[in-house]
Design a protein around this ligand. Structure first.
Ligand SMILES: Cc1cc2nc3c(=O)[nH]c(=O)nc-3n(C[C@H](O)[C@H](O)[C@H](O)COP(=O)(O)OP(=O)(O)OC[C@H]3O[C@@H](n4cnc5c(N)ncnc54)[C@H](O)[C@@H]3O)c2cc1C
Length: 419
């Protein structure tokens, strides 16, 4: 570390989509902000997701509660979930909470609190993307769940009508012909699709995080490289060691996604964060084949998303240690299904599968608010399956709380003290 020393109003540790969004919103409110990451912004989980700003995702992913599903997942052979058996003892504590919060009445209350954030996701991204001159990275038009059977399609449409509409979520039911017209490169013979029409697709999530980072810098923010584990109290404020020198600030924010407990635990806060890892691989389709929207294969639990680099296949949940070497078992399981769904999927582009870690909480809600017992310290992490979706929205919420503005929604459901 160099011997210099810089001061700021706020230091945000963690430069994923969540930390970058907080930093932009603080800087917009005139707070001199330093954003610190151990690598370049957006190079961890925010790099490789499916790129969907999910306006439809008012119901977070729950823990299965019926015996049949539990036995199926316990068998460890499903395409959408895979676990390292050695992880089971560590997962007991978060899974008990996850199971508890997935009971129908509790889950509905959680969905209501989640929906209050989700409702703003598209507008909040559009505002930042406009200011960052990054609208070209966003593709409005929604995404589609492809169904193999009439029965599963009919059930999905019925559920969308009864459970989603009330939350202002819009969709279109596509019969076999309509789906074939929308996506002519999917195999014939599918029953149809359910298309969520409000979500926006990002064609390069890493580029979007970088564009928001450039906006932050244009507003006067500073980006530094350093290890967030050096974060410590310094007088009435906080200090962290950057390669360029020490940074001191009146306030600090932890936005380290799956790595947040590494910093919060020594400060006395040990939330039951667990990770659902996920993989991606890009494919170069044959000839001029392609997809017009991201397509989720309902029967097999993976997504195909058209991106700048090719068709990005993203997998479901892997329960493994956050930092364990990649074990892309699920990619191996679903790739044959993807080739059946889209026969012209083509050749692999990446030299190796990418892996990322979704930071999950047992009650499926992010942790946002003042750190218990640590004046001047704030938390914003645990965005699970929807961190890209919610980064700008929770960033705006936290920035308002930190600067004494009236938050756009009651933040008490997300308070850190609940764990
Ligand atoms: C396969 C897959 C598909 C997904 N698809 C979607 C989707 O379509 N839509 C959606 O909304 N979400 C999706 N997600 C979830 C989303 O990607 C995450 O919720 C989101 O990226 C989390 O952002 P974050 O900023 O909290 O964490 P991260 O992006 O992981 O950022 C954390 C940062 O902390 C830094 N860091 C860690 N330790 C230290 C340290 N000691 N010192 C300094 N810095 C440190 C890291 O370098 C990193 O930059 C998907 C996830 C996966 C894995």
């Amino acid at each position: 570390m160099a011997d210099s020393h810089e001061e700021a109003d706020v230091v945000v540790v963690g430069g994923g989509i969540v930390g970058v969004s907080i930093a932009v919103h603080l800087q917009m409110r005139g707070r001199q902000t330093v954003l610190l990451d151990r690598q370049g912004p957006g190079e961890a989980t925010s790099f490789g997701n499916a790129g969907l700003i999910q306006r439809e995702a008012v119901y977070p992913h729950l823990f299965p509660r019926n015996l049949g599903d539990l036995l199926r997942y316990a068998g460890n052979r499903t395409p959408d979930s895979y676990y390292h058996p050695t992880m089971l003892p560590r997962l007991m504590r978060p899974f008990l909470g996850y199971w508890y919060h997935s009971a129908p009445d509790r889950y509905l209350a959680i969905a209501r609190n989640y929906a209050r954030l989700i409702a703003h996701c598209v507008e909040d991204h559009m505002t930042l993307a406009e200011a960052a001159d990054a609208r070209r990275l966003l593709r409005p038009g929604g995404w589609t769940m492809a169904h193999e059977t009439e029965t599963s399609l009919a059930a999905a449409v019925a559920t969308a009508e009864t459970a989603w509409r009330d939350f202002g979520v819009e969709y279109r039911a596509l019969d076999a012909a309509a789906l074939a017209q929308e996506e002519p490169h999917l195999r014939p013979g599918l029953a149809g699709g359910l298309q969520w029409t409000q979500p926006v697709a990002v064609i390069d999530p890493h580029a979007l995080t970088l564009a928001y980072t450039r906006l932050f810098e244009r507003l006067g923010g500073r980006v530094r490289i350093g290890d967030a584990r050096t974060l410590a109290r310094s007088g009435a404020g906080w200090q962290v060691a950057a390669e360029e020198g020490a940074v001191t600030a009146e306030q600090a924010v932890v936005a380290l996604g799956a790595w947040s407990p590494v910093v919060t635990k020594p400060l006395g806060y040990d939330p039951p964060i667990f990770v659902k890892r996920g993989y991606h691989m890009h494919y170069k389709p044959d000839g001029n084949a392609g997809l017009n929207h991201a397509v989720f294969d309902v029967a097999n639990g993976y997504m195909l998303a058209p991106m700048r680099r090719g068709i990005r296949l993203t997998t479901g949940a892997e329960f493994a240690h956050r930092d364990a070497p990649p074990t892309p078992v699920q990619l191996g399981r679903v790739e044959p299904a993807a080739r059946r769904l889209m026969p012209s999927l083509g050749t692999r582009v990446d030299p190796a599968p990418w892996v990322g870690a979704r930071p999950c909480t047992p009650d499926m809600l992010p942790i946002i608010g003042a750190a218990p017992g640590q004046p001047g310290l704030w938390y914003d992490f645990g965005h699970g399956h929807q961190g890209l979706t919610l980064g700008p929205t929770t960033g705006r919420l936290l920035a308002a709380m930190m600067t004494g503005d009236v938050p756009f929604t009651d933040p008490s459901a997300y308070r850190p003290e609940r764990f």
